[in-house]
Ligand binder design. Structure first.
Ligand SMILES: Cc1ncc(COP(=O)(O)O)c(C=O)c1O
Length: 440
């Protein structure tokens, strides 16, 4: 087998990470990684610390970070107000196993940003919030079935997992995005407890974006056929705006789930929405409808302290505006870099910028949208992007598989200028080594 120069150079620049990777594969089954997106051949760097838009690895390499804790850090790493709040709280106790005022303050803050949240519940992570939404919808409607859209990601539990493995198939139906006729055909069966979709579109805020008009048709339909409608805003909640993605397109679902950003960098899930649905959690709910909510880490004071500090900063919409502006700048400069090299592809998205490599089918009305409506094309090109990801890492830019660049308000124009130089150098290197076709 031919020697891979890039892999050789990468290993040479990351000896400490290589040693840790060798230990990790003996304890973690998934090629040494603790999350599917952290698997990379030969390995992703092992990080020691992070601040603002940057993180450093055990070998002293610095990265401009576009992973941003899988999208949870719109304020950047170690935002000083959040750090202070957590430091103060940790000394007062991480968990009382009792009620406390911080959980109320946090829920009130969330409610003030999303008034449709008549009730709020906390969980350990976003997926748990989705699972509770499904359970509550089942109790509320007396139906079992779950209706979902293809490629929309909601976690790894049976009812929400993307691949068919593990899906409770007879209770979960997955239909194409944007097929209103097909959706109505399913809803008219009056079998579905809940309809779920990802805020913004499938994959991290919209690798496959939603057509807002399609989504605006959903409240009428779900209401007519008695199905609870959930928008999963685990990624977009408070990232897109203080009111989430739903506020940007002017819809109000029955239920909303949150995660990531709402916790200010600590593990979190939240569910909110119509009081009559969440009231299934009341001990006095009819016994056949009563839903019990456990979860050791729900609303623990440490998390609440981080969540409150972060949510207070989200209230005026400034961090979201800044991250979106930086996303626009990255798209503009990155698209110039692609064009200059004659590479068919585009960067699109909002504060999470997605990379599309492939033919341009049409010109979208603005650069937040991809230049093709063909979902299979949007989802293609993973090996090329994985290669690009390694090139970028070797040059000091950390992305989620080069599929997306996740911005925060802590990034700067200088970060982006440096990233574009690195992006261009990586593309040139790939053209030279024959791993990237210019006119695909
Ligand atoms: C849209 C969406 N929903 C739910 C989840 C699951 O959240 P968590 O990983 O906090 O369980 C994710 C995770 O990336 C997500 O992107």
């Amino acid at each position: 087998m031919a020697v891979d120069k890039l892999v050789e150079e990468y290993i040479r620049a990351h000896p400490g990470s290589q040693k840790l990777h060798e230990r990790a594969v003996k304890v973690f089954a998934a090629n040494g990684a603790t999350h599917g997106t952290r698997i990379l051949d030969p390995f992703r760097p092992y990080i020691t610390h992070a601040k603002g838009s940057r993180k450093r690895d055990v070998d002293g390499n610095e990265y401009i970070d576009y992973v941003m804790s899988h999208g949870a850090l719109i304020l950047g790493h170690c935002q000083p107000t959040v750090v202070r709040a957590v430091q103060e709280q940790v000394a007062k106790g991480t968990h009382y196993g009792e009620n406390h005022e911080l959980e109320i303050e946090w829920a009130e803050l969330i409610k003030s940003m999303m008034p449709a949240m008549e009730r709020v519940e906390f969980f350990a992570c976003g997926q748990e919030a989705n699972m509770m939404a499904i359970r509550l919808a089942r109790a509320f409607t007396g139906r079992r079935k779950v209706l979902r859209f293809v490629e929309n990601f909601h976690g790894w539990a049976d009812e929400v997992v993307l691949s068919t493995l593990g899906v409770v198939a007879d209770e979960v139906k997955v239909i194409p995005m944007h097929d209103l006729e097909r959706l109505e055909e399913e809803l008219t069966k009056k079998e579905y407890a809940i309809l779920i979709l990802e805020g913004g579109g499938a994959h991290m805020g919209g690798q496959i974006p939603w057509d807002a008009d399609f989504v605006r048709a959903l409240p009428g339909l779900t209401q007519e056929y008695g199905t609870v409608w959930l928008i999963d805003e685990v990624v977009t909640g408070f990232r897109d705006s203080p009111g989430g993605w739903q506020a940007t397109i002017g819809v109000t679902p029955d239920l909303t789930t949150l995660g990531k950003c709402v916790g200010g960098g600590l593990g979190v899930g939240a569910l909110g929405g119509r009081a009559d649905i969440l009231d299934m959690l009341r001990p006095k709910a009819p016994p056949q409808q009563f839903v019990y909510h456990s979860g050791t880490w729900n609303g623990n004071p440490l998390l609440c302290s981080a969540g409150i500090a972060a949510c207070k900063l989200y209230l005026n919409g400034e961090p979201q505006k800044r991250a979106n502006q930086l996303g626009a700048y990255l798209r503009k400069r990155g698209n110039q870099a692609l064009k200059e090299r004659g590479i068919n592809g585009r960067l699109y998205g909002r504060s999470i910028v997605h990379l599309y490599l492939g033919p341009i089918d049409y010109e979208p009305s603005n650069d937040t949208l991809p230049p093709t409506k063909d979902v299979s094309k949007l989802m293609a090109g993973t090996p090329t992007k994985t290669r690009l990801c390694l090139h970028l890492l070797q040059r000091g830019v950390a992305t989620m598989g080069a599929r997306m660049f996740i911005l925060s308000a802590a990034h700067t124009e200088e970060d982006i200028d440096q990233t574009i130089k690195t992006f261009g150098d990586s593309l040139d290197a790939m053209i030279a080594e024959g791993t990237l076709n210019q006119a695909t």
